[in-house]
Design a protein around this ligand. Structure first.
Ligand SMILES: Nc1ncnc2c1ncn2[C@@H]1O[C@H](COP(=O)(O)OP(=O)(O)OP(=O)(O)O)[C@@H](O)[C@H]1O
Length: 562
């Protein structure tokens, strides 16, 4: 049997270990040589286990989410009856394991004494896992101020999460705000701040804050870019009353420190209040402005800012996690593997010749018979080209659209809406879609280009097989990519990825149109280039324009700017 380089390295390592241990136990070198393959394997497994142990001590002894059973909503202890009703209205009759585990640690006996780090597969219900306890915790408050902040990497994701809060919070009299740059800053301020006689809401005078300015929302769902805009410019926007901070898609958010949003949030939330008129959260102030007083003991604020960080691929990098300043963190993860794919996901590889790749894709789409499907490519440009090309095949029975950061938000939202409604069957997408997006009824994911990392595979594949449903992930591979792909999947302990054969006659049926479609694509790309060039010609200083265009493209590329 063929042995990969990594496997060979592992075997050698295992053997060296065997030698070392035999020296220690006084065994002869002959007995070492006689070690049979099964003991070597056991040692390799032990080695692997040790190697896969997280560096951070508190991550080594996690709460195993898979030990929790789903729990009927009606049996959930301490659940506010209004929220019970809201859950039923959402069509949720029982909670998923991650939701039960988090409830246990926040509302249940854990009583949210420790910050929570949650690593749970895609589609396992992490949004409700944090939304429900936060809304329950805030349900007894009657003074409106910003007490919970949820940060997400992209606008689409934030909109999706806000919908979940919107389904719960109003039931207990709480309001939810959104800061993602979807509307103008003035409109957003009007939604977020109650302003009796406020002009525009922008910070004119750094010394003056009218005492009547209050938050109009209890919970804010935000992307880092717009959050920083409000922190820096919006009069009356304060994080001083913040009690809960959720960092969803943590590893993604910690990768880019957009305007140092995290240290800013922590610093503002920890800021000590010097008000001579303290009042508790539950008493309406009769004088002065509403204040939350945090005392400091050993440098830690009290009441503390309780945090929850989540991902399907949570980072184990100590330096990254340190930025969150977690309080006695508790690690909750599903099973023993670091990376886990959804339980009912099946992975397949489709072997293809590179020049005919679009035809393999078309034949595969034909076999899927119009089932909702997302096709991932490696870049926004290839997304655009592939979608244009496929739409030159005139007789297709399926509707295919592109979804990428090259498009304006309004177009993207329209496409997504049509895809959700089933008016579009196939979405060709760049990695903009990979994180968190939840579209009902997506039965298949296709990696047109092989994902470069296991994390990318997990987030792409995770757009299907959500909420306990089944789903399939196909990856189109050239012969020389097969080994690399196998090694990639092994990182998620996935050894089962059979070949999926597309019917050659279906492929052949597209062949006659292929050359013509390629020609049309070439024409289309050239005409797009020309029309872009024309825009530049009309402007006096092309150098400045190019710079501006480059900057705006960069902005589009970076989700942090959303
Ligand atoms: N208790 C539940 N019962 C039924 N459906 C649920 C329940 N909880 C969540 N869902 C549904 O499961 C789907 C996935 O939930 P969610 O988007 O929160 O997953 P996730 O773990 O955050 O995934 P990802 O890592 O991809 O972001 C959603 O459509 C949601 O409505």
């Amino acid at each position: 049997m063929e042995e990969s380089a990594a496997e060979q390295k592992g075997r050698k390592k295992g053997f060296r270990l065997a030698k070392k241990s035999s020296r220690m136990s006084g065994e002869s070198s002959t007995s070492t040589r006689e070690l049979n393959s099964s003991s070597l394997e056991t040692m390799e497994t032990e080695q692997k286990k040790k190697k896969s142990l997280p560096v951070i001590p508190w991550m080594r002894d996690p709460v195993d989410i898979s030990r929790y059973d789903p729990l009927p909503v009606d049996s959930l202890p301490f659940l506010d009856s209004r929220l019970k009703k809201a859950l039923h209205n959402m069509g949720i009759s029982s909670l998923f394991p991650v939701q039960v585990a988090v409830w246990q640690e926040t509302i249940g006996p854990g009583f949210y004494q420790r910050d929570l780090c949650i690593n749970s597969p895609t589609g396992s219900g992490k949004t409700l896992a944090y939304a429900l306890p936060i809304v329950q915790k805030l349900s007894t408050r009657f003074i409106k101020c910003l007490r919970a902040l949820v940060v997400l990497p992209t606008r689409d994701l934030a909109l999706q999460v806000k919908e979940v809060f919107d389904a719960l919070a109003p039931a207990v009299g709480l309001s939810v705000g959104l800061a993602v740059g979807q509307s103008s800053i003035a409109d957003e301020i009007a939604e977020l701040i109650r302003k009796p006689t406020l002009d525009a809401g922008i910070w004119f005078d750094s010394e003056y804050v009218p005492p009547e300015l209050r938050s109009a929302v209890d919970i804010l769902v935000a992307t880092p870019g717009r959050l920083m805009d409000h922190i820096n410019n919006t009069m009356g926007f304060t994080l001083e009353h913040l009690h809960y901070l959720v960092v969803d898609e943590t590893d993604r958010l910690l990768r880019e420190a957009y305007q140092s949003w995290l240290p800013n949030v922590l610093q503002l939330a920890y800021s000590q209040n010097q008000s001579p008129f303290p009042c508790t959260d539950d008493i309406v102030p009769t004088f002065g402005v509403l204040k939350t007083i945090r005392s400091f003991s050993r440098g830690k604020p009290h009441p503390r800012l309780a945090k929850m960080v989540l991902s399907a691929t949570l980072t184990q990098d100590p330096s990254k996690l340190a930025q969150l300043d977690l309080h006695y963190p508790l690690y909750l993860t599903t099973g023993h593997r670091r990376y886990q794919l959804p339980e009912h996901l099946k992975s397949f590889k489709v072997l293809c010749k590179s020049k005919l790749k679009p035809l393999y894709l078309l034949a595969l789409l034909e076999t899927l018979q119009g089932e909702k499907c997302i096709v991932f490519t490696s870049s926004v440009d290839s997304t655009h080209r592939l979608c244009t090309l496929l739409n030159f095949f005139d007789d297709l029975q399926i509707k295919i659209k592109e979804y990428s950061r090259l498009q304006r938000q309004s177009i993207r939202s329209k496409t997504l809406k049509a895809f959700r409604a089933g008016e579009i069957q196939v979405l060709i997408s760049s990695d903009a879609m990979t994180r968190g997006m939840d579209v009902e009824g997506v039965k298949n994911v296709i990696n047109y280009d092989m994902p470069p990392f296991i994390k990318t595979y997990i987030h792409r594949a995770g757009r299907t097989a959500r909420a306990g449903q089944s789903g399939r992930c196909f990856t189109l591979l050239h012969k020389d990519e097969v080994k690399r792909f196998k090694r990639l999947l092994q990182k998620a302990d996935n050894d089962s990825c059979p070949v999926y054969s597309v019917p050659s006659e279906t492929m052949e049926s597209f062949r006659s149109v292929y050359s013509r479609a390629l020609e049309r694509l070439k024409e289309s790309v050239e005409s797009e280039k020309r029309s872009k060039g024309k825009v530049k010609v009309n402007i006096k200083h092309p150098a400045v324009t190019r710079k501006k265009e480059k900057a705006s493209f960069k902005e589009e590329e970076s989700p942090m700017m959303k």
